[in-house]
Design a protein around this ligand. Structure first.
Ligand code: IMP
Length: 422
C-alpha cells in the first residue's frame, strides 16, 4: 500500500517513529519537501538516531531511500549527517540513497539570509530553524536557485554563485551580518557535492519503475499541516507544502499513486517558533518538560505544549485526506488527572470548528474545552491496543470522532516496539 505519512500539527508529532514502523513493509522511502529543518528521532534496537535529511528507511539494509525534487538539500549539512549515521554503523552507499537531480541546493549564504530576515522582522520573527530553508525556496520560486543537476555543470554553477553572492552580500551588509566570498561558497559547496555526486540521479523514472512494479512506496512527510505554506498559520509556517499534496509535486509521482494517508498527531499539542497556539498551556508544558520530554531534535529548543486541539486536527484531516490516525506520545499523559480537548474556537462569541485564515481572528480565538478523566496508569508496557486503560481508549475514541478519522496506530513510548496497531 503506497502510504503518505503526514504531520497534523506543527511538526514534531513523532512521524519518524511511524515511518520507521511502516518501513518494515516498504521498499522505497521518499522525502518530498522541506530540508534539514526537520529532525526525526528514531530509536531502533536500543540505539538513538537523529535524522534531518535522510529518509528513515536509511536505517534498514534493504530499502531504497529517495530525496525527491521538492526537498531543499544543504550539501554540507547532508555530508555531516551521513558521516554521523555511518559512524553509528549504518552504511550509506549510492544504491541505498538517491538524491533527485532536480532538488534545490541550500547554499551557505541562505542561512545568513534566514538570520537577516528574522532580524528584520523584530518581534514578528517566525522563529525559524535558521537552516536557510525559506531563502532557498525563495530562490527556487524566484528562479535564481541552483539545483543538484546544475552542480554537475560546474562552470554554470560557479557563475551563478558569483552573481548570487554579490546580491546576497548587499543584504547581509545592511544587517551587519558576515558576508561571503564567492570562492569560499564554491569551495565549500563543491567539496560537499563531491561526496554526494554518486547519489545524484533522475529519481523520477526510478520511482515510476518501483510504482509500476507494485513495490511499496512510503512518503515521509516533514514538519506538519499547520506549518504548510498554504494551510498553516501563515506567516508562522515553513516554506513548503508539508501536506499530502507535497508528496506528489515533491517526487514526480502522481496523486493516483497514493493509496493511504496516515496523519500523525500527538495526544496533546506542541509547537516551536512563533505564532498562534490557542491551546498552549504553561502547566502542561512544565509537567512535560519536567519529565524530560519535548525538547527539539534539531535545535534543542524546549517546545511549547498545550491541550489536544481538534479544531486544527479536523482541518488537517480534511486537507490531507487522512485515512488513518497515528496518535503518539499517549504515555506523556499517563499521570494526568483530568485531560482537556479543544472542540471549537470561540471567536467573539461564535463557535468555530475550523481554524480561521486571518491573523486577528487567531489572536482572539479562545479554546472551548471538553474534559475527560485521565487514566493514571503506565501505558508504556502495552503491546496491544486492547491493553490500554479504558480511559485512554475513551480519550482516543473521542479524538477520532471529533476528527472524523479512524485510529490506526497508537504510540506509548519511543521504541519501535511501543507502536500499537489498531
Ligand atoms: P523554517 O522551516 O526553518 O523556515 O522555520 C519555519 C517554522 O517552522 C518555525 O516555526 C520552525 O520552528 C518550524 N519548523 C520547521 N521545521 C520544523 C520541524 O521539523 N518541527 C517543528 N517545527 C519546525
Amino acid at each position: 500500500m503506497n502510504t503518505v505519512i503526514t504531520g497534523l500539527q506543527w511538526g514534531d508529532e513523532g512521524k519518524g517513529k511511524i515511518v520507521d514502523y511502516l518501513t518494515e513493509t516498504a521498499d522505497v522511502v521518499i522525502r518530498g519537501q522541506g530540508g534539514n529543518n526537520a529532525g526525526h528521532t528514531v530509536i531502533a534496537k536500543g540505539e538513538k538516531y537523529v535524522l534531518h535529511l535522510l529518509p528513515s528507511g536509511i536505517l534498514w539494509d534493504d530499502k531504497i531511500n529517495v530525496i525527491g525534487n521538492g526537498v531543499v538539500v544543504d550539501p554540507i549539512g547532508l555530508c555531516v549527517e551521513i558521516a554521523r549515521i555511518e559512524g553509528q554503523g549504518v552504511e550509506i552507499g549510492p544504491e541505498k540513497l538517491l538524491i533527485s537531480d532536480r532538488a534545490h541546493v541550500v547554499l551557505p549564504f541562505h542561512k545568513e539570509l534566514d538570520a537577516a530576515r528574522e532580524i528584520s522582522l523584530g518581534d514578528q520573527k517566525i522563529g525559524t530553524t535558521k537552516r536557510g530553508i525559506g531563502p532557498a525556496y525563495c530562490d527556487k520560486v524566484n528562479r535564481c536557485g541552483l539545483r543538484m543537476a546544475d552542480l554537475l555543470d560546474r562552470p554554470f554553477a560557479e557563475a551563478q554563485i558569483v552573481r548570487r553572492t554579490a546580491e546576497v552580500n548587499e543584504i547581509l551588509e545592511k544587517y551587519d551580518l558576515p558576508t561571503f566570498t564567492a570562492e569560499a561558497v564554491i569551495e565549500e559547496t563543491f567539496t560537499a557535492f563531491e561526496r554526494l555526486r554518486p547519489h545524484v540521479t533522475n529519481t523520477i523514472p526510478v520511482l515510476h519503475k518501483a510504482w509500476k512494479a507494485k513495490q511499496n512506496l512510503l512518503f515521509e512527510g516533514a514538519q506538519g499541516t499547520l506549518l504548510d505554506i498554504d494551510f498553516g498559520t501563515y506567516p508562522f509556517v515553513t516554506s513548503s507544502n508539508t501536506t499530502a499534496g507535497g508528496s506528489t509535486t515533491g517526487t514526480g509521482l502522481p496523486p493516483t499513486a497514493i493509496e493511504a494517508v496516515i496523519g500523525v498527531c500527538k495526544a496533546y499539542t506542541t509547537r516551536v517558533g512563533s505564532g498562534p497556539f490557542p491551546t498552549g498551556d504553561e502547566g502542561l508544558s512544565e509537567y512535560l518538560h519536567n519529565l524530560g520530554r519535548e525538547f527539539g531534535a534539531t535545535t534543542g529548543r524546549a517546545r511549547g505544549c498545550g491541550w489536544l486541539d481538534t479544531v486544527l486536527l479536523r482541518f488537517a484531516c480534511m486537507v490531507n485526506g487522512v485515512t488513518g490516525l497515528a496518535v503518539t506520545n499517549v504515555d506523556g499523559l499517563d499521570e494526568y488527572e483530568e485531560l482537556k480537548i479543544c472542540v471549537a474556537y470561540d471567536i467573539d462569541g461564535t463557535h468555530h470548528d475550523l481554524p480561521p485564515a486571518d491573523r486577528s481572528s487567531w489572536d482572539r480565538a479562545k479554546p472551548v474545552y471538553e474534559s475527560l478523566p485521565g487514566w493514571k496508569q503506565d501505558t508504556t508496557a502495552c503491546t496491544e491496543y486492547d491493553q490500554l486503560p479504558e480511559n485512554a481508549k475513551a480519550y482516543l475514541t473521542r479524538l477520532s470522532e471529533l476528527c472524523e478519522a479512524p485510529i490506526a496506530f497508537v504510540g506509548v513510548g519511543p521504541d519501535r516496539a511501543q507502536t500499537l496497531k489498531r
